[in-house]
Design a protein around this ligand. Sequence first.
Ligand SMILES: Cc1cc2nc3c(=O)[nH]c(=O)nc-3n(C[C@H](O)[C@H](O)[C@H](O)COP(=O)(O)OP(=O)(O)OC[C@H]3O[C@@H](n4cnc5c(N)ncnc54)[C@H](O)[C@@H]3O)c2cc1C
Length: 263
Amino acid sequence: MKPAAFTYARPADWNAALALLGEGARPVAGGQSLGPMLNLRLALPEAVADLRHLPGYAGVELAGEVVRIGAGTTHAAIEDGAVPGRLGEILASVARRIAYRPVRNRGTIGGSFAHADPAADWVAVLPAFPGHAVLLGPQGERRVPLAGFVLGVFETALRADELLRAIELPVLPQATRWGHWKFCRKPGEFSKATACLLAVPGAAPRAVLAALDAAPLVLADAAALRAAPAAEAARLVATLGLEDPWRASLARVALRHAAEAAA
Ligand SMILES: Cc1cc2nc3c(=O)[nH]c(=O)nc-3n(C[C@H](O)[C@H](O)[C@H](O)COP(=O)(O)OP(=O)(O)OC[C@H]3O[C@@H](n4cnc5c(N)ncnc54)[C@H](O)[C@@H]3O)c2cc1C
């Protein structure tokens, strides 16, 4: 199937991109999710605004203790080490397990987060970090905590007239512990259960459970999970009311493995 006709615009700056949004254009980043949606006619925009040529859209900047990752930074760039230090090691380990390299070459961290597929890897991992999504709208920039950006299935804090401009994450000490576990039936497939645990020395450990057909479950203090992974994973998953026993089982295993991997 081919997409319905739409006009294509390539804004040269952010104001032009926002103006196009105001006229109803749909932003496109790597096109790895929007492309199939256009082809299946699940999305029928009259116009698309290609963000890829905006200044500062892709790339990583270090400003003091904050790492700013442009929304247009590809999964492949992160996999290849665009982000420095311990944070970069962690993000690269996540990026290299997203889909296949051809998808990673085009798909972007911002496109994935804005799309908010509950099974997507960045949706499952970014809320574990005490950072912010930087949103740009007609009134300027605003920052939303990463843990509060994804509100539901394909639902985010982005307003219709806003773009996701960047992800801001803290520089992490080398001693930061990280555990990440996801279950796919075959490599490159979307996850059926994902969990991660981030333990920064001197701060409460944080954890996320995702691929739940809902917004990710974010634990701002995962000390109990870290102390007793199996028991606490079972307790947490029991509170979710998952109907399918196999999904509940995978969720328990994901949380337990993530916590044990961070030990
Ligand atoms: C075969 C295949 C396998 C895949 N497997 C996985 C997987 O295992 N794990 C995984 O996480 N993902 C997977 N994906 C999805 C992939 O990671 C996409 O890159 C990602 O979901 C979307 O990123 P994108 O840059 O292509 O965004 P696009 O497809 O261009 O856009 C996605 C949505 O976000 C909006 N959008 C994009 N950028 C912005 C912005 N800056 N501000 C506001 N809105 C914006 C668009 O309007 C659209 O609604 C897979 C994709 C394919 C085709």
